[in-house]
Design a protein around this ligand. Structure first.
Ligand code: ADP
Ligand code: ZN
Length: 605
Protein backbone atom coordinates (compact mmCIF):
# COMPACT_ATOMS: atom_id res chain seq x y z
CA UNK A 1 0.00 0.00 0.00
CA UNK A 2 1.50 3.27 -1.02
CA UNK A 3 -1.22 5.83 -1.19
CA UNK A 4 -3.16 6.86 1.78
CA UNK A 5 -6.02 8.75 0.30
CA UNK A 6 -9.05 7.94 -1.70
CA UNK A 7 -8.91 7.47 -5.37
CA UNK A 8 -11.69 6.13 -7.53
CA UNK A 9 -11.77 2.37 -7.97
CA UNK A 10 -10.79 1.33 -11.45
CA UNK A 11 -13.45 -0.85 -12.93
CA UNK A 12 -12.45 -3.87 -14.91
CA UNK A 13 -12.51 -3.16 -18.61
CA UNK A 14 -13.05 -6.78 -19.31
CA UNK A 15 -16.57 -7.17 -18.12
CA UNK A 16 -18.05 -7.30 -21.56
CA UNK A 17 -20.80 -9.73 -20.70
CA UNK A 18 -22.92 -7.49 -18.48
CA UNK A 19 -22.46 -4.70 -21.01
CA UNK A 20 -23.81 -6.86 -23.77
CA UNK A 21 -26.73 -7.95 -21.60
CA UNK A 22 -27.42 -4.34 -20.84
CA UNK A 23 -27.34 -3.53 -24.54
CA UNK A 24 -29.83 -6.28 -25.28
CA UNK A 25 -32.06 -5.13 -22.44
CA UNK A 26 -31.88 -1.54 -23.64
CA UNK A 27 -32.78 -2.57 -27.18
CA UNK A 28 -35.76 -4.56 -26.00
CA UNK A 29 -36.89 -1.70 -23.80
CA UNK A 30 -36.66 0.75 -26.69
CA UNK A 31 -38.67 -1.57 -28.92
CA UNK A 32 -41.37 -2.10 -26.32
CA UNK A 33 -41.51 1.62 -25.62
CA UNK A 34 -41.86 2.41 -29.30
CA UNK A 35 -44.58 -0.19 -29.71
CA UNK A 36 -46.51 1.22 -26.77
CA UNK A 37 -46.18 4.76 -28.11
CA UNK A 38 -47.41 3.82 -31.58
CA UNK A 39 -50.26 1.82 -30.13
CA UNK A 40 -51.31 4.74 -28.00
CA UNK A 41 -51.18 7.25 -30.83
CA UNK A 42 -52.88 4.97 -33.32
CA UNK A 43 -55.60 3.94 -30.91
CA UNK A 44 -56.44 7.47 -29.84
CA UNK A 45 -58.64 8.48 -32.79
CA UNK A 46 -60.90 5.49 -32.10
CA UNK A 47 -61.12 6.13 -28.39
CA UNK A 48 -61.59 9.87 -28.60
CA UNK A 49 -65.23 10.07 -29.83
CA UNK A 50 -66.11 7.06 -27.65
CA UNK A 51 -69.16 6.15 -29.71
CA UNK A 52 -72.04 4.55 -27.87
CA UNK A 53 -72.50 0.94 -28.91
CA UNK A 54 -76.04 0.27 -30.05
CA UNK A 55 -77.83 -2.68 -31.69
CA UNK A 56 -78.02 -2.77 -35.49
CA UNK A 57 -81.75 -2.31 -35.32
CA UNK A 58 -81.25 1.00 -33.48
CA UNK A 59 -79.04 2.23 -36.31
CA UNK A 60 -81.62 1.23 -38.88
CA UNK A 61 -84.47 2.91 -37.03
CA UNK A 62 -82.29 6.00 -36.53
CA UNK A 63 -81.71 6.16 -40.25
CA UNK A 64 -85.40 5.78 -40.94
CA UNK A 65 -86.32 8.42 -38.37
CA UNK A 66 -83.70 10.76 -39.80
CA UNK A 67 -81.78 11.14 -36.51
CA UNK A 68 -78.63 9.55 -37.98
CA UNK A 69 -77.37 11.95 -40.58
CA UNK A 70 -74.17 10.27 -41.69
CA UNK A 71 -72.53 6.88 -41.42
CA UNK A 72 -69.07 5.45 -41.94
CA UNK A 73 -68.75 1.81 -42.86
CA UNK A 74 -65.69 -0.23 -41.98
CA UNK A 75 -66.32 -3.32 -44.09
CA UNK A 76 -66.36 -6.57 -42.19
CA UNK A 77 -66.07 -4.81 -38.85
CA UNK A 78 -68.34 -2.01 -37.81
CA UNK A 79 -70.41 0.94 -38.76
CA UNK A 80 -70.21 4.33 -37.13
CA UNK A 81 -73.13 6.68 -37.18
CA UNK A 82 -73.44 10.34 -36.19
CA UNK A 83 -76.50 11.75 -34.56
CA UNK A 84 -77.10 15.12 -32.95
CA UNK A 85 -76.54 13.35 -29.60
CA UNK A 86 -73.12 12.03 -30.57
CA UNK A 87 -71.62 9.06 -32.33
CA UNK A 88 -72.96 5.54 -32.22
CA UNK A 89 -71.36 2.30 -33.22
CA UNK A 90 -72.66 -1.08 -34.25
CA UNK A 91 -70.89 -4.28 -34.97
CA UNK A 92 -71.17 -5.19 -38.63
CA UNK A 93 -69.16 -8.30 -39.28
CA UNK A 94 -70.73 -9.05 -42.63
CA UNK A 95 -68.87 -7.90 -45.70
CA UNK A 96 -72.21 -7.62 -47.48
CA UNK A 97 -72.72 -3.83 -47.33
CA UNK A 98 -75.26 -3.34 -50.16
CA UNK A 99 -78.41 -3.53 -47.99
CA UNK A 100 -77.04 -1.03 -45.47
CA UNK A 101 -75.93 1.39 -48.19
CA UNK A 102 -79.39 1.16 -49.76
CA UNK A 103 -81.10 1.96 -46.42
CA UNK A 104 -78.83 4.90 -45.77
CA UNK A 105 -79.23 6.25 -49.25
CA UNK A 106 -82.98 6.04 -48.94
CA UNK A 107 -82.79 7.94 -45.64
CA UNK A 108 -80.66 10.63 -47.23
CA UNK A 109 -77.69 10.09 -44.87
CA UNK A 110 -74.12 10.73 -45.96
CA UNK A 111 -72.19 7.50 -46.51
CA UNK A 112 -68.46 7.00 -46.13
CA UNK A 113 -66.22 3.99 -46.21
CA UNK A 114 -63.25 3.67 -43.90
CA UNK A 115 -60.32 1.43 -43.70
CA UNK A 116 -60.13 -0.58 -40.52
CA UNK A 117 -58.26 1.50 -37.94
CA UNK A 118 -56.73 -1.70 -36.76
CA UNK A 119 -55.08 -1.84 -40.14
CA UNK A 120 -52.86 1.07 -39.17
CA UNK A 121 -51.94 -0.68 -35.97
CA UNK A 122 -51.30 -3.82 -37.94
CA UNK A 123 -48.82 -2.02 -40.17
CA UNK A 124 -47.16 -0.48 -37.15
CA UNK A 125 -46.86 -3.88 -35.54
CA UNK A 126 -45.32 -5.36 -38.62
CA UNK A 127 -42.90 -2.45 -38.93
CA UNK A 128 -41.81 -2.68 -35.31
CA UNK A 129 -41.53 -6.41 -35.56
CA UNK A 130 -39.18 -5.90 -38.47
CA UNK A 131 -37.12 -3.37 -36.52
CA UNK A 132 -36.76 -5.76 -33.58
CA UNK A 133 -35.85 -8.56 -35.94
CA UNK A 134 -33.22 -6.40 -37.62
CA UNK A 135 -31.76 -5.43 -34.24
CA UNK A 136 -31.62 -9.08 -33.23
CA UNK A 137 -29.89 -10.00 -36.46
CA UNK A 138 -27.28 -7.30 -35.83
CA UNK A 139 -26.67 -8.53 -32.27
CA UNK A 140 -26.48 -12.12 -33.47
CA UNK A 141 -24.04 -11.27 -36.22
CA UNK A 142 -21.86 -9.53 -33.66
CA UNK A 143 -21.98 -12.63 -31.50
CA UNK A 144 -21.12 -14.85 -34.40
CA UNK A 145 -18.31 -12.63 -35.51
CA UNK A 146 -19.61 -12.69 -39.03
CA UNK A 147 -20.43 -9.03 -39.11
CA UNK A 148 -18.37 -5.93 -38.87
CA UNK A 149 -15.70 -7.57 -36.73
CA UNK A 150 -16.16 -5.98 -33.37
CA UNK A 151 -13.00 -6.38 -31.31
CA UNK A 152 -12.24 -9.86 -30.14
CA UNK A 153 -14.82 -11.59 -32.25
CA UNK A 154 -12.60 -11.93 -35.23
CA UNK A 155 -11.34 -15.45 -35.51
CA UNK A 156 -7.74 -15.35 -36.66
CA UNK A 157 -7.49 -16.82 -40.09
CA UNK A 158 -4.13 -15.46 -40.98
CA UNK A 159 -0.87 -16.82 -39.75
CA UNK A 160 0.56 -13.88 -37.90
CA UNK A 161 4.14 -14.55 -37.03
CA UNK A 162 4.89 -10.98 -36.02
CA UNK A 163 4.38 -11.72 -32.31
CA UNK A 164 7.12 -13.85 -30.80
CA UNK A 165 8.65 -14.41 -27.38
CA UNK A 166 10.88 -11.45 -28.15
CA UNK A 167 7.82 -9.32 -27.45
CA UNK A 168 7.52 -10.71 -23.96
CA UNK A 169 9.59 -9.40 -21.08
CA UNK A 170 9.83 -11.23 -17.78
CA UNK A 171 7.45 -14.18 -17.24
CA UNK A 172 10.42 -16.51 -17.69
CA UNK A 173 8.78 -19.56 -16.19
CA UNK A 174 5.68 -19.26 -18.32
CA UNK A 175 7.71 -18.61 -21.45
CA UNK A 176 9.87 -21.70 -21.02
CA UNK A 177 6.79 -23.82 -20.45
CA UNK A 178 5.24 -22.40 -23.59
CA UNK A 179 8.39 -22.91 -25.65
CA UNK A 180 7.78 -26.59 -25.18
CA UNK A 181 4.29 -26.20 -26.59
CA UNK A 182 5.84 -24.52 -29.62
CA UNK A 183 7.93 -27.60 -30.24
CA UNK A 184 4.85 -29.86 -30.03
CA UNK A 185 3.28 -27.72 -32.69
CA UNK A 186 6.22 -27.32 -35.00
CA UNK A 187 7.69 -30.83 -34.82
CA UNK A 188 4.94 -33.23 -33.75
CA UNK A 189 6.71 -36.23 -35.40
CA UNK A 190 9.50 -36.02 -32.90
CA UNK A 191 7.05 -36.75 -30.09
CA UNK A 192 4.92 -39.28 -31.94
CA UNK A 193 8.00 -41.32 -32.86
CA UNK A 194 8.64 -42.18 -29.26
CA UNK A 195 5.01 -42.56 -28.33
CA UNK A 196 4.77 -39.38 -26.31
CA UNK A 197 1.30 -38.03 -25.94
CA UNK A 198 1.61 -34.27 -26.13
CA UNK A 199 -0.64 -32.10 -24.03
CA UNK A 200 -3.73 -30.70 -25.67
CA UNK A 201 -4.40 -27.80 -23.46
CA UNK A 202 -2.60 -25.27 -21.34
CA UNK A 203 -4.38 -23.29 -18.66
CA UNK A 204 -2.79 -19.94 -17.84
CA UNK A 205 -3.67 -18.42 -14.50
CA UNK A 206 -2.99 -14.85 -13.55
CA UNK A 207 -4.27 -11.33 -13.06
CA UNK A 208 -5.41 -9.29 -16.04
CA UNK A 209 -2.84 -7.51 -18.15
CA UNK A 210 0.05 -9.82 -17.32
CA UNK A 211 0.61 -10.90 -20.91
CA UNK A 212 -1.39 -14.13 -21.17
CA UNK A 213 -2.91 -13.23 -24.52
CA UNK A 214 0.41 -11.89 -25.69
CA UNK A 215 2.18 -15.16 -24.87
CA UNK A 216 -0.51 -17.31 -26.50
CA UNK A 217 -0.11 -15.21 -29.62
CA UNK A 218 3.64 -15.63 -29.38
CA UNK A 219 3.23 -19.43 -29.30
CA UNK A 220 1.36 -19.28 -32.60
CA UNK A 221 3.85 -16.78 -33.99
CA UNK A 222 6.88 -18.85 -33.04
CA UNK A 223 5.37 -22.05 -34.44
CA UNK A 224 4.16 -20.27 -37.56
CA UNK A 225 0.60 -21.53 -37.16
CA UNK A 226 -2.75 -19.69 -37.16
CA UNK A 227 -4.07 -18.12 -33.99
CA UNK A 228 -7.75 -18.58 -33.24
CA UNK A 229 -9.17 -16.65 -30.39
CA UNK A 230 -12.43 -16.40 -28.56
CA UNK A 231 -13.43 -14.99 -25.22
CA UNK A 232 -15.52 -16.89 -22.73
CA UNK A 233 -17.87 -13.95 -22.44
CA UNK A 234 -18.62 -14.14 -26.17
CA UNK A 235 -20.09 -17.60 -25.89
CA UNK A 236 -22.20 -17.11 -22.81
CA UNK A 237 -25.56 -15.54 -22.45
CA UNK A 238 -29.16 -16.24 -23.02
CA UNK A 239 -29.23 -16.88 -26.73
CA UNK A 240 -30.02 -20.54 -27.08
CA UNK A 241 -27.54 -22.56 -29.05
CA UNK A 242 -25.25 -19.68 -29.86
CA UNK A 243 -22.37 -20.65 -27.59
CA UNK A 244 -22.46 -24.27 -28.71
CA UNK A 245 -22.45 -23.15 -32.32
CA UNK A 246 -19.51 -20.81 -31.93
CA UNK A 247 -17.43 -23.39 -30.08
CA UNK A 248 -18.18 -25.98 -32.75
CA UNK A 249 -17.29 -23.72 -35.61
CA UNK A 250 -14.12 -22.51 -33.90
CA UNK A 251 -12.80 -26.03 -33.40
CA UNK A 252 -13.85 -27.11 -36.86
CA UNK A 253 -11.91 -24.31 -38.51
CA UNK A 254 -8.90 -24.80 -36.29
CA UNK A 255 -8.77 -28.53 -36.87
CA UNK A 256 -8.83 -28.01 -40.59
CA UNK A 257 -5.81 -25.74 -40.56
CA UNK A 258 -4.16 -26.43 -37.23
CA UNK A 259 -2.97 -23.73 -34.88
CA UNK A 260 -3.42 -22.28 -31.43
CA UNK A 261 -6.91 -21.88 -30.07
CA UNK A 262 -6.95 -19.23 -27.38
CA UNK A 263 -9.90 -19.02 -24.99
CA UNK A 264 -9.70 -15.89 -22.89
CA UNK A 265 -11.76 -15.51 -19.69
CA UNK A 266 -12.55 -19.21 -19.70
CA UNK A 267 -14.09 -18.83 -16.23
CA UNK A 268 -17.01 -17.04 -17.90
CA UNK A 269 -18.04 -20.27 -19.56
CA UNK A 270 -16.09 -22.83 -17.58
CA UNK A 271 -17.57 -22.04 -14.20
CA UNK A 272 -18.90 -24.98 -12.25
CA UNK A 273 -21.81 -26.58 -14.01
CA UNK A 274 -25.19 -26.82 -12.40
CA UNK A 275 -24.48 -24.15 -9.81
CA UNK A 276 -27.26 -21.99 -11.08
CA UNK A 277 -30.56 -22.79 -12.75
CA UNK A 278 -30.36 -19.86 -15.09
CA UNK A 279 -27.01 -20.98 -16.43
CA UNK A 280 -28.30 -23.99 -18.32
CA UNK A 281 -27.32 -22.49 -21.61
CA UNK A 282 -23.78 -21.86 -20.39
CA UNK A 283 -23.58 -25.44 -19.14
CA UNK A 284 -24.42 -26.68 -22.60
CA UNK A 285 -21.66 -24.51 -24.04
CA UNK A 286 -19.18 -25.86 -21.52
CA UNK A 287 -20.23 -29.42 -22.34
CA UNK A 288 -19.63 -28.71 -25.99
CA UNK A 289 -16.15 -27.42 -25.17
CA UNK A 290 -15.40 -30.61 -23.24
CA UNK A 291 -16.63 -32.69 -26.17
CA UNK A 292 -14.37 -30.77 -28.54
CA UNK A 293 -11.39 -31.07 -26.22
CA UNK A 294 -11.84 -34.83 -26.09
CA UNK A 295 -12.50 -35.03 -29.81
CA UNK A 296 -9.17 -34.02 -31.27
CA UNK A 297 -5.84 -35.65 -31.00
CA UNK A 298 -2.54 -33.84 -30.68
CA UNK A 299 -1.63 -35.00 -34.15
CA UNK A 300 -4.21 -32.55 -35.48
CA UNK A 301 -1.65 -29.87 -34.80
CA UNK A 302 -3.95 -28.00 -32.48
CA UNK A 303 -3.20 -26.73 -29.01
CA UNK A 304 -5.75 -25.01 -26.83
CA UNK A 305 -4.54 -22.29 -24.49
CA UNK A 306 -6.98 -20.87 -22.01
CA UNK A 307 -6.59 -17.94 -19.65
CA UNK A 308 -8.35 -17.03 -16.45
CA UNK A 309 -7.83 -14.85 -13.42
CA UNK A 310 -10.22 -16.89 -11.31
CA UNK A 311 -8.89 -20.45 -11.34
CA UNK A 312 -10.90 -21.34 -8.24
CA UNK A 313 -14.11 -20.88 -10.23
CA UNK A 314 -13.31 -23.43 -12.89
CA UNK A 315 -15.27 -26.62 -13.33
CA UNK A 316 -12.92 -29.44 -12.28
CA UNK A 317 -13.87 -31.37 -15.42
CA UNK A 318 -11.83 -28.91 -17.45
CA UNK A 319 -8.65 -29.78 -15.65
CA UNK A 320 -8.79 -33.56 -16.05
CA UNK A 321 -5.95 -35.29 -17.90
CA UNK A 322 -6.38 -35.07 -21.63
CA UNK A 323 -7.99 -31.67 -21.37
CA UNK A 324 -6.15 -28.71 -19.88
CA UNK A 325 -3.46 -30.90 -18.50
CA UNK A 326 -0.79 -28.27 -18.12
CA UNK A 327 -1.08 -25.17 -16.07
CA UNK A 328 1.08 -22.13 -16.13
CA UNK A 329 0.97 -19.44 -13.49
CA UNK A 330 1.53 -15.89 -14.65
CA UNK A 331 2.02 -13.43 -11.84
CA UNK A 332 2.40 -9.69 -11.59
CA UNK A 333 5.94 -8.73 -12.59
CA UNK A 334 8.67 -8.23 -9.98
CA UNK A 335 10.68 -4.99 -9.93
CA UNK A 336 13.37 -6.21 -12.36
CA UNK A 337 10.66 -7.65 -14.61
CA UNK A 338 8.83 -4.34 -14.56
CA UNK A 339 12.00 -2.64 -15.61
CA UNK A 340 12.45 -5.13 -18.48
CA UNK A 341 8.86 -4.55 -19.62
CA UNK A 342 9.31 -0.78 -19.53
CA UNK A 343 12.55 -1.09 -21.52
CA UNK A 344 10.99 -3.37 -24.08
CA UNK A 345 8.03 -1.10 -24.63
CA UNK A 346 10.15 2.03 -24.83
CA UNK A 347 12.18 0.29 -27.51
CA UNK A 348 9.28 -1.26 -29.40
CA UNK A 349 7.35 1.94 -29.58
CA UNK A 350 10.43 4.04 -30.08
CA UNK A 351 9.68 6.35 -27.18
CA UNK A 352 12.60 8.80 -27.03
CA UNK A 353 13.56 8.93 -23.36
CA UNK A 354 15.42 11.91 -21.93
CA UNK A 355 18.47 11.59 -19.71
CA UNK A 356 16.40 12.28 -16.60
CA UNK A 357 14.42 9.06 -17.00
CA UNK A 358 15.54 6.23 -14.77
CA UNK A 359 13.51 3.17 -15.69
CA UNK A 360 14.88 1.19 -12.80
CA UNK A 361 13.61 3.77 -10.35
CA UNK A 362 10.31 3.97 -12.17
CA UNK A 363 9.95 0.20 -11.95
CA UNK A 364 10.48 0.40 -8.20
CA UNK A 365 7.87 3.14 -7.91
CA UNK A 366 5.22 0.95 -9.53
CA UNK A 367 4.67 -2.02 -7.23
CA UNK A 368 1.78 -4.36 -8.02
CA UNK A 369 1.37 -3.15 -11.58
CA UNK A 370 0.84 -5.36 -14.59
CA UNK A 371 2.63 -5.23 -17.92
CA UNK A 372 -0.43 -3.71 -19.53
CA UNK A 373 -0.49 -0.90 -16.97
CA UNK A 374 3.22 -0.24 -17.46
CA UNK A 375 2.77 -0.07 -21.23
CA UNK A 376 -0.08 2.33 -20.63
CA UNK A 377 2.04 4.47 -18.33
CA UNK A 378 4.70 4.95 -20.99
CA UNK A 379 2.06 5.83 -23.50
CA UNK A 380 0.48 8.39 -21.17
CA UNK A 381 3.89 9.92 -20.54
CA UNK A 382 4.46 10.21 -24.28
CA UNK A 383 1.08 11.92 -24.60
CA UNK A 384 1.99 14.40 -21.85
CA UNK A 385 5.27 15.12 -23.64
CA UNK A 386 3.51 15.57 -26.97
CA UNK A 387 1.05 17.95 -25.40
CA UNK A 388 3.98 20.08 -24.26
CA UNK A 389 5.48 19.81 -27.69
CA UNK A 390 8.62 18.27 -26.20
CA UNK A 391 10.92 16.14 -28.34
CA UNK A 392 11.98 13.84 -25.50
CA UNK A 393 9.98 12.16 -22.77
CA UNK A 394 11.35 13.37 -19.46
CA UNK A 395 10.98 12.34 -15.86
CA UNK A 396 8.45 15.11 -15.21
CA UNK A 397 6.24 13.73 -18.00
CA UNK A 398 6.47 10.27 -16.50
CA UNK A 399 5.76 11.58 -13.02
CA UNK A 400 2.68 13.41 -14.17
CA UNK A 401 1.41 10.41 -16.15
CA UNK A 402 1.94 8.24 -13.07
CA UNK A 403 0.05 10.57 -10.77
CA UNK A 404 -2.71 10.74 -13.25
CA UNK A 405 -3.00 6.98 -13.64
CA UNK A 406 -2.80 6.26 -9.93
CA UNK A 407 -4.76 9.17 -8.56
CA UNK A 408 -6.94 10.48 -11.32
CA UNK A 409 -6.92 13.73 -13.19
CA UNK A 410 -5.84 16.98 -11.59
CA UNK A 411 -8.75 19.11 -10.60
CA UNK A 412 -7.85 22.57 -11.69
CA UNK A 413 -9.80 25.45 -10.27
CA UNK A 414 -10.97 23.40 -7.30
CA UNK A 415 -12.17 25.74 -4.59
CA UNK A 416 -12.05 25.26 -0.85
CA UNK A 417 -11.91 27.55 2.14
CA UNK A 418 -8.62 28.38 3.88
CA UNK A 419 -9.70 26.40 6.89
CA UNK A 420 -10.38 23.34 4.74
CA UNK A 421 -6.99 23.60 3.07
CA UNK A 422 -5.42 23.84 6.51
CA UNK A 423 -7.16 20.67 7.61
CA UNK A 424 -6.18 18.82 4.44
CA UNK A 425 -2.56 19.93 4.77
CA UNK A 426 -2.32 18.78 8.40
CA UNK A 427 -4.11 15.55 7.56
CA UNK A 428 -1.56 14.70 4.87
CA UNK A 429 1.30 15.75 7.13
CA UNK A 430 -0.12 13.33 9.72
CA UNK A 431 -0.01 10.47 7.21
CA UNK A 432 3.54 11.43 6.28
CA UNK A 433 4.80 11.50 9.88
CA UNK A 434 3.18 8.22 10.85
CA UNK A 435 4.34 6.62 7.63
CA UNK A 436 7.92 7.70 8.10
CA UNK A 437 7.97 6.49 11.69
CA UNK A 438 5.95 3.29 11.45
CA UNK A 439 6.58 2.02 7.93
CA UNK A 440 10.37 2.08 7.65
CA UNK A 441 10.29 0.05 4.42
CA UNK A 442 8.08 2.53 2.59
CA UNK A 443 10.11 5.50 1.45
CA UNK A 444 8.27 8.81 1.46
CA UNK A 445 7.91 9.75 -2.18
CA UNK A 446 5.82 12.88 -2.24
CA UNK A 447 3.27 14.81 -0.21
CA UNK A 448 0.82 17.07 -1.94
CA UNK A 449 -2.42 18.94 -1.44
CA UNK A 450 -3.05 19.29 -5.11
CA UNK A 451 -6.54 17.88 -5.60
CA UNK A 452 -6.75 14.94 -7.95
CA UNK A 453 -9.58 12.60 -8.72
CA UNK A 454 -11.59 12.35 -5.52
CA UNK A 455 -8.75 13.23 -3.19
CA UNK A 456 -7.88 16.68 -1.94
CA UNK A 457 -4.41 15.57 -1.02
CA UNK A 458 -2.10 12.63 -0.93
CA UNK A 459 0.90 11.34 0.98
CA UNK A 460 2.65 9.08 -1.41
CA UNK A 461 4.94 6.26 -0.33
CA UNK A 462 6.88 3.82 -2.42
CA UNK A 463 8.15 0.60 -0.95
CA UNK A 464 11.74 -0.33 -1.68
CA UNK A 465 11.13 -3.79 -2.98
CA UNK A 466 8.17 -6.09 -3.46
CA UNK A 467 6.90 -7.46 -0.20
CA UNK A 468 5.61 -10.97 -0.21
CA UNK A 469 5.25 -11.80 3.43
CA UNK A 470 3.72 -9.24 5.70
CA UNK A 471 4.61 -9.24 9.36
CA UNK A 472 2.26 -8.09 12.06
CA UNK A 473 4.53 -5.09 12.60
CA UNK A 474 4.26 -4.25 8.90
CA UNK A 475 0.46 -4.51 8.86
CA UNK A 476 0.11 -2.48 12.03
CA UNK A 477 2.44 0.09 10.49
CA UNK A 478 0.16 0.36 7.48
CA UNK A 479 -2.82 0.88 9.78
CA UNK A 480 -0.97 3.54 11.77
CA UNK A 481 -0.01 5.33 8.57
CA UNK A 482 -3.62 5.20 7.41
CA UNK A 483 -4.88 6.58 10.73
CA UNK A 484 -2.28 9.37 10.79
CA UNK A 485 -4.52 11.75 8.85
CA UNK A 486 -7.47 11.53 11.20
CA UNK A 487 -5.17 11.60 14.25
CA UNK A 488 -3.59 14.86 13.07
CA UNK A 489 -7.03 16.40 12.55
CA UNK A 490 -8.04 15.47 16.07
CA UNK A 491 -4.84 16.63 17.77
CA UNK A 492 -4.59 19.96 15.92
CA UNK A 493 -8.23 20.94 15.58
CA UNK A 494 -9.97 19.05 18.37
CA UNK A 495 -12.19 16.00 18.28
CA UNK A 496 -15.24 18.07 17.30
CA UNK A 497 -13.52 19.20 14.15
CA UNK A 498 -12.58 15.86 12.62
CA UNK A 499 -13.79 15.59 9.04
CA UNK A 500 -15.10 13.22 6.42
CA UNK A 501 -11.70 13.41 4.73
CA UNK A 502 -10.65 10.21 6.47
CA UNK A 503 -13.40 8.14 4.92
CA UNK A 504 -11.32 6.09 2.57
CA UNK A 505 -8.49 5.90 5.11
CA UNK A 506 -10.87 4.27 7.55
CA UNK A 507 -12.14 1.84 4.94
CA UNK A 508 -8.61 0.92 4.11
CA UNK A 509 -7.45 0.33 7.68
CA UNK A 510 -10.59 -1.63 8.46
CA UNK A 511 -9.83 -3.88 5.52
CA UNK A 512 -6.33 -4.55 6.80
CA UNK A 513 -7.47 -5.18 10.37
CA UNK A 514 -10.18 -7.55 9.11
CA UNK A 515 -7.67 -9.44 7.04
CA UNK A 516 -5.45 -9.78 10.12
CA UNK A 517 -8.20 -11.20 12.28
CA UNK A 518 -10.28 -13.11 9.76
CA UNK A 519 -7.55 -14.67 7.66
CA UNK A 520 -4.12 -14.30 9.16
CA UNK A 521 -4.63 -15.51 12.69
CA UNK A 522 -3.36 -12.24 14.14
CA UNK A 523 -6.31 -11.52 16.37
CA UNK A 524 -5.68 -11.21 20.08
CA UNK A 525 -8.13 -13.78 21.43
CA UNK A 526 -9.40 -15.60 18.36
CA UNK A 527 -5.77 -16.42 17.74
CA UNK A 528 -5.05 -18.91 15.04
CA UNK A 529 -8.67 -19.66 14.30
CA UNK A 530 -9.42 -18.12 10.94
CA UNK A 531 -12.52 -17.86 8.84
CA UNK A 532 -12.76 -20.35 6.02
CA UNK A 533 -14.76 -18.51 3.41
CA UNK A 534 -14.78 -21.48 1.04
CA UNK A 535 -16.50 -23.96 3.31
CA UNK A 536 -19.59 -22.55 4.87
CA UNK A 537 -19.78 -19.59 7.20
CA UNK A 538 -18.85 -19.21 10.79
CA UNK A 539 -21.37 -18.88 13.58
CA UNK A 540 -22.75 -15.52 14.54
CA UNK A 541 -20.76 -15.61 17.79
CA UNK A 542 -17.52 -16.19 15.95
CA UNK A 543 -18.29 -13.26 13.68
CA UNK A 544 -19.13 -11.06 16.62
CA UNK A 545 -15.93 -12.07 18.40
CA UNK A 546 -13.85 -11.36 15.33
CA UNK A 547 -15.51 -8.02 14.67
CA UNK A 548 -14.81 -7.01 18.28
CA UNK A 549 -11.17 -7.82 17.71
CA UNK A 550 -11.01 -5.87 14.49
CA UNK A 551 -12.39 -2.94 16.37
CA UNK A 552 -10.00 -3.27 19.26
CA UNK A 553 -7.00 -3.41 16.91
CA UNK A 554 -8.09 -0.20 15.19
CA UNK A 555 -8.85 1.56 18.46
CA UNK A 556 -5.57 0.58 20.04
CA UNK A 557 -3.61 1.74 17.00
CA UNK A 558 -5.58 4.95 16.72
CA UNK A 559 -4.70 5.84 20.29
CA UNK A 560 -1.08 5.22 19.40
CA UNK A 561 -1.33 7.37 16.26
CA UNK A 562 -2.75 10.22 18.36
CA UNK A 563 0.15 9.89 20.81
CA UNK A 564 2.67 9.99 17.96
CA UNK A 565 1.10 13.13 16.48
CA UNK A 566 1.09 14.77 19.94
CA UNK A 567 4.75 13.90 20.42
CA UNK A 568 5.72 15.23 17.00
CA UNK A 569 3.28 18.05 16.68
CA UNK A 570 5.99 20.49 15.61
CA UNK A 571 7.01 18.28 12.69
CA UNK A 572 3.40 17.77 11.57
CA UNK A 573 2.71 21.50 11.67
CA UNK A 574 5.91 22.38 9.87
CA UNK A 575 5.13 20.01 7.01
CA UNK A 576 1.48 21.10 6.89
CA UNK A 577 2.48 24.77 6.70
CA UNK A 578 5.00 24.02 3.98
CA UNK A 579 2.26 22.26 2.00
CA UNK A 580 -0.04 25.26 2.37
CA UNK A 581 2.71 27.40 0.97
CA UNK A 582 4.06 25.16 -1.77
CA UNK A 583 1.31 22.62 -2.44
CA UNK A 584 3.71 19.75 -3.23
CA UNK A 585 6.90 18.56 -1.56
CA UNK A 586 8.89 15.65 -2.85
CA UNK A 587 9.95 12.89 -0.49
CA UNK A 588 13.44 14.16 0.27
CA UNK A 589 12.30 17.73 0.94
CA UNK A 590 9.51 16.59 3.20
CA UNK A 591 11.80 14.26 5.09
CA UNK A 592 14.40 17.01 5.54
CA UNK A 593 11.77 19.32 6.94
CA UNK A 594 10.46 16.66 9.32
CA UNK A 595 13.88 15.77 10.74
CA UNK A 596 14.73 19.46 11.07
CA UNK A 597 11.64 19.68 13.27
CA UNK A 598 12.63 16.92 15.58
CA UNK A 599 11.42 13.76 13.86
CA UNK A 600 13.80 10.88 14.50
CA UNK A 601 14.88 8.61 11.65
CA UNK A 602 12.58 5.82 10.55
CA UNK A 603 11.37 2.87 12.56
CA UNK A 604 11.44 4.28 16.05
CA UNK A 605 7.81 4.76 16.98
P1 ADP B 1 -3.77 -10.67 -20.33
O1 ADP B 1 -4.15 -11.52 -21.48
O2 ADP B 1 -2.95 -11.39 -19.30
O3 ADP B 1 -4.88 -9.92 -19.70
P2 ADP B 1 -2.44 -9.16 -22.35
O4 ADP B 1 -1.61 -10.20 -22.99
O5 ADP B 1 -3.69 -8.79 -23.05
O6 ADP B 1 -2.77 -9.55 -20.86
O7 ADP B 1 -1.54 -7.88 -22.11
C1 ADP B 1 -1.89 -6.62 -22.60
C2 ADP B 1 -0.68 -5.86 -23.08
O8 ADP B 1 0.18 -5.57 -22.00
C3 ADP B 1 0.17 -6.63 -24.05
O9 ADP B 1 -0.31 -6.50 -25.35
C4 ADP B 1 1.52 -5.98 -23.87
O10 ADP B 1 1.59 -4.77 -24.60
C5 ADP B 1 1.53 -5.63 -22.41
N1 ADP B 1 2.22 -6.65 -21.62
C6 ADP B 1 1.70 -7.35 -20.60
N2 ADP B 1 2.60 -8.18 -20.06
C7 ADP B 1 3.73 -8.02 -20.78
C8 ADP B 1 5.02 -8.62 -20.72
N3 ADP B 1 5.34 -9.55 -19.82
N4 ADP B 1 5.94 -8.21 -21.62
C9 ADP B 1 5.64 -7.27 -22.53
N5 ADP B 1 4.45 -6.68 -22.63
C10 ADP B 1 3.50 -7.04 -21.78
ZN1 ZN C 1 -6.08 10.46 4.51
Amino acid sequence: MQITDSYPPVSSPRDSRPRRMRLAAALTLCAVGLLAAVWFVAARPIRRPAPRVVPYSALLSGLTAGTVDSIAIVPGEQVLGWTSQGAIRVLYTSSEVEPLVARAEAAGAAIAFRRSPRGILGYANVAIGLIILAALVVVLRRHLGGGNGSPGTELGDEVDSSTTFANVAGNDGAVSELREVVSFLSAPERFQRVGARTPKGVMMYGPPGTGKTLMARAVAGEAGVPFWSISGSEVTGFIVGLGVMRIKSLFKKARKRGGVIFIDEIDALGGRRGRNQSHNEDDRTLNQLLVELDGFSPSDGVVVIAATNRPEDLDPALLRPGRFDRSVAVGLPTAPEREAILRLHAKQRRVPLGGTVDLERLARLMPQTSGAELANLLNEAAIVAAREDASLVNWTHIESARDRLLLGKERRGFQASDREWRIVAMHEAGHAVLGVLCCPDDGLHKVTIQPRGQAMGVAFFSPDGDQHLHSRRYLEGQILKGLGGRAAEEVLFGSDAITSGARSDLQHVTRIAKEMVYHLGMGETSGLMVLDTQNGSASAETHALMDREVRSIIERLYARAVDVVRAHRAAVEALGNALLERETLDGAEALGLLTANGLPEAGTA
